[in-house]
Design a protein around this ligand. Sequence first.
Ligand code: NDP
Ligand code: 8X3
Length: 251
Amino acid sequence: MAKTALVTGASSGIGRATAVALAKQGYRIIVAGRRKERLEELQQELGGTTNVMPLLFDVRDKEAVQYAIASLPAEWQQIDVLVNNAGNAHGLAPIQEGSLQDWDAMLDINVKGLLYVSHAVIPLMQKQGSGHIINIGSIAGKEVYANGNVYCASKFAVDALSKAMRIDLIETGIKVSEVNPGLVETEFSEVRFKGDKERAAGVYQGYQPLLAEDIADLIAFIVSRPAHVNLAEVLILPAAQASSTVLNKKV
Ligand code: NDP
Ligand code: 8X3
């Protein structure tokens, strides 16, 4: 039977590209997100390649997460790969000017959402004695930058949780990897700047940012290693980026 991957945040950016890359590797894919039409469109697109199951839930809603995973047909409950990708930055402001709503969104989605999905999927992986969890962290979880405060904190939490999961799950047969991208051109900045497309586009001008497909290729590589190998943590940057704040931008 084909292996199954569950990708959260599959309606856009890195998650969408990851679903496509894993489908090409022969995985059946559970594509999760809130935007139904986007997920159904992806299901159509991949229909000729593999079986795709759209799964609608908001990762902030623990009951909805639990219910969605529990209601999967039995043959889809053997989840071999979980890509904990759903997440975003909301706002970019000094801590003294931060919005409580933005802070709640980032901590609830990026940290608690990742925990809720993991809590629902880990027992299924434990039952089968194998699995691979890929958490999408960020360079923002390695280095804090000006005005990044709570987004950075949420990604530092993903870093801590990835290390902690690797330790706690060591005897279960479940591998845990963490992928930490630098600047990737997706809808990320549009969400961060609340729909301001011009400001968002400016983030990626003057250099070649990473593409969502670059991260997807890496994830496909990580899950295709032999059983005894775990690429535990990878930092992946555009060639023009040296750190969170050092960017060779020609504008
Ligand atoms: P996008 O905005 O393109 O995609 C974000 C995805 O997350 C969407 O599919 C969205 O789906 C989903 N999502 C957001 N909120 C929720 C929610 N409450 N419940 C369920 N799903 C949700 O951004 P990226 O692809 O860039 O981001 C993916 C991950 O990569 C994030 O964790 C981000 O922090 C991380 N990252 C991004 C970088 C970048 O430069 N772009 C760099 C480093 C890390 P929907 O709206 O349909 O629910
Ligand atoms: C996304 C990359 O540098 O915008 O995590 O925080 S950055």
